[in-house]
Design a protein around this ligand. Structure first.
Ligand SMILES: Nc1ncnc2c1ncn2[C@@H]1O[C@H](COP(=O)(O)OP(=O)(O)OP(=O)(O)O)[C@@H](O)[C@H]1O
Ligand SMILES: [Mg+2]
Length: 274
């Protein structure tokens, strides 16, 4: 099958997104504040950080999804001044597949919700994307018949089906075995070329392989820092490209340091020492 995503979404130019002074708290508990970040047009930005630091929350804030009981501050603006609504594809950390729909209908859910009916071309494209993630043969199955990694691949196909200029993905490869992960990283890099992408990951090597820029969300209080210059190799970078192993080790060390510091500060606070 030759169906492929266009280099840019239909009729939608690539966009830059500015997040300015974003903040979030729950019932007075501050998660982060004064977080500013630019998602450059047509580039992949990876967001790395320890568990619980607020990566999913920041992604949801950018997507304009309300947090239950959360109070948010700051602004999220597209460079063209137009609203972001309708221009975002969001892949959540949980796959959120609808159990009563077949796999292919789950991939088509956005189309179904918007147009009520899907055409032959839509179904062909959905099948092509399922083929790209290795699941075309399971198109008629229900989600319950799939493994966790398979379900995550369906969620990835569904995100790609949305074909939007801004793509927010929350650990999209986390449930995959090493070989499938490597292959799907390449597939996503190819199919999302030209999109502005924010990728949340725990894996420094994955960030280094795919991202044009890496931002670290860590520390106490939580801060967003740019990881600096990345190896001068086109993405997806081969893992054995010069400088990759050293940078991965450096990022891991940076994360571990900040995590240890924040744990110390939390522990001190709990003991009434800070
Ligand atoms: N609805 C909620 N009510 C109260 N606290 C919440 C809520 N949602 C998230 N939190 C808290 O906000 C913080 C950030 O959560 P978030 O899910 O953004 O972390 P994360 O960095 O994505 O973690 P992980 O890597 O484990 O997915 C956590 O301390 C979490 O407990
Ligand atoms: Mg998360």
């Amino acid at each position: 099958m030759t169906t492929a995503l266009a280099a840019k979404p239909d009729g939608q130019a690539s966009i830059e997104v500015d997040v300015v002074d974003a903040g979030l708290s729950f019932a007075g508990r501050l998660i982060f504040q004064n977080v500013s970040l630019t998602l450059r047009s047509g580039e992949w930005t990876a967001l790395l950080g320890p568990s619980g630091v607020g990566k999913t929350s920041l992604l949801r804030l950018i997507a304009g999804l309300p947090e239950d009981g959360g109070v948010t501050t700051g602004t999220v603006r597209a460079s063209d001044g137009q609203p972001l609504a309708g221009r975002i594809a969001y892949m959540a950390q949980r796959d959120l597949l609808l159990p009563w729909l077949s796999i292919i209908d789950n991939v088509l859910i956005g189309h179904r919700l918007r147009h009520y009916r899907t055409g032959v071309e839509d179904r062909q494209k959905a099948l092509h994307l399922l083929d790209q993630v290795g699941l075309a043969v399971r198109a008629q199955d229900r989600p319950a018949a799939l493994s966790g990694g398979m379900r995550q691949r369906v969620a990835l196909a569904r995100t790609l089906m949305e074909d939007r200029p801004l793509v927010l993905m929350d650990e999209p490869f986390s449930a995959l075995d090493a070989v499938t992960r490597f292959r799907l990283q390449e597939t996503a890099a190819r199919l999302l070329s030209g999109r502005t992408v924010l990728l949340v990951t725990h894996d420094p090597s994955e960030a280094l392989r795919l991202a044009d820029r890496i931002a670290l969300l860590a520390g106490a209080p939580v801060q967003l820092t740019d990881a600096g210059r990345l190896p001068d190799v086109a993405t997806p970078r081969p893992l054995d490209a010069p400088g990759m192993a050293e940078r991965a080790a450096g990022l891991l060390q940076q994360l571990a340091l900040q995590d240890a510091t924040s744990q110390d500060i939390r522990a001190s606070a709990e003991m009434g020492l800070a």
